[in-house]
Design a protein around this ligand. Structure first.
Ligand code: NAD
Length: 389
């Protein structure tokens, strides 16, 4: 069976990777750079840590009108700003929110129309021009945005994406030293986001041997280091393993896709403002529990990779059940909420959430078990009660 695989042209991954920025920018022969980042990251000194090698050599504008889980209007404003400036390079420094905006801004700067014209669910325009060169520098270990061609935006009622191969970064620089200051709760949520990417890519109907290999290694790295990075953010080894896991999970899901967890998570993010990682985390055990019958072998393998000390014992069916428990316990160990009730979501909201989630046909199509409205309703109900089946 043939597989089409797409990876970014050039990546630097690991401790000190940021030292490559100066030479890469120099090779591009640019003069005016816009950096898309968050004020928080400027205040924390992360931005200057990332950019110090190019600060004095180039004209750099810091654009900080970025908010977590960016809404459409934030993207529209950014695109206009980049179009009006005479920039020849876009650099994104931040979590998925800043990186998604940077990718979108770089590409749509050279395409006409509004951002809304290019949305996956409702847009009608095709991206025609590659846009400005772009370098993505993640400061969280979670989204993998630096290696995907997707930009996620918050809309009324749900999320939607702009997706096109031109959104892929020209250069990804993934340096765990830029993630050391991520607070525990965000470390936990983004870490489970990376794990969700890896698991959903692994069980996707579009998975293949290449994406499986990448996804399984990412799952193993999360198993080894997420709880350590959570409890001791200064542990460089754990931060490096989480950076690598996030990067690998990004590669895996960009090529194999994510599925039901993401489809159900988007409405939680939008309607109830849960951060993306947390909406994935609270749903992950319940979606896996519901679709277990369609991917038992793979969930058994996930359980082994997450629990390094567990030997291959019991039936595949039992081990896939154990996997659901492992995912549930991992949320508990990271002090993340384990039910929708914990977020103040009420039973009466489940219908609305199901109506929103069923529209995510692009994502639902990758699930190894078909998920229709009734199935989605059932999963949200289990997640509401905090009880697996
Ligand atoms: P984020 O970018 O929203 O950042 C969350 C918070 O962490 C912010 O307050 C930010 O200031 C802070 N932060 C970031 N780096 C920090 C650091 N080094 N030290 C201290 N604080 C830091 O969070 P995220 O989870 O990385 O990104 C979420 C966004 O990415 C959502 O919009 C989601 O939909 C999107 N996403 C995109 C993709 C993709 O492939 N493009 C994949 C998954 C999610």
């Amino acid at each position: 069976m043939q597989s089409k695989l797409i990876f970014p042209e050039l990546s630097y991954v690991g401790l000190g990777a940021i030292d490559n920025l100066y030479n890469e920018v120099k090779k591009l022969k640019v003069s005016r750079i816009i950096v898309i980042t968050e004020k928080n990251l400027v205040d924390l000194g992360i931005c200057s840590k990332a950019l110090k090698s190019i600060m004095s050599a180039y004209s750099i504008e810091l654009y900080t009108d970025v908010v977590p889980e960016p809404p459409l209007h934030t993207a529209e404003k950014l695109v206009q700003h980049i179009r009006n400036g005479k920039f020849d390079l876009v650099i994104g420094v931040g979590g998925g929110s800043a990186l998604d905006l940077a990718k979108l801004g770089a590409v749509l700067a050279k395409n006409d129309g509004d951002v809304k014209d290019y949305l996956n669910l409702t847009g009608s325009k095709q991206i025609m021009q590659k846009g400005l060169p772009k370098i993505m520098i993640p400061t969280t270990s979670g989204t993998g945005s630096e290696v995907t061609d997707i930009a996620v935006l918050s809309l009324d009622g749900t999320k939607d994406v702009v997706t096109h191969p031109y959104l892929l970064s020209d250069i990804a620089i993934v340096d765990p030293l830029l993630t050391m200051s991520v607070p525990p709760r965000i470390t936990a949520a983004t870490g489970i986001d990376a794990l969700t990417h890896a698991i959903e890519a692994y069980i996707s109907v579009n998975a293949n041997d290449v994406t499986d290999g990448i996804a399984v290694k990412a799952i193993e790295l999360v198993g080894k280091s997420l709880e350590i990075a959570y409890s001791n953010g200064n542990n460089e080894e754990a931060r490096e393993q989480m950076s690598t896991a996030s990067y690998m999970a990004g590669l895996a899901f960009y090529n194999a896709g994510v599925g039901g967890v993401h489809a159900l998570a988007y409405p939680l993010g939008n309607r109830f403002k849960l951060p993306h990682g947390e909406s994935n985390a609270v749903l992950l055990p319940y979606v896996m529990d519901y679709i277990r019958g369609g991917c038992q072998d793979k969930l058994a393998e996930v359980n082994l990779k997450l629990n390094q000390q567990v030997q291959q014992i019991g039936s595949v069916e039992q081990m896939s059940k154990d996997c659901v428990n492992t995912l549930f316990k991992l949320n508990q160990n990271l002090n993340l909420p384990t039910s929708l009730k914990d977020y103040g979501i009420e039973k009466q909201h489940i219908k609305m959430l199901s109506d929103d989630a069923v529209k995510q046909t692009r994502l639902l199509a990758r699930s190894p078990v078909e998920l229709q409205w009734e199935d989605i309703y059932q999963i949200y109900s289990s997640a509401y009660e905090g009880k697996t089946l």
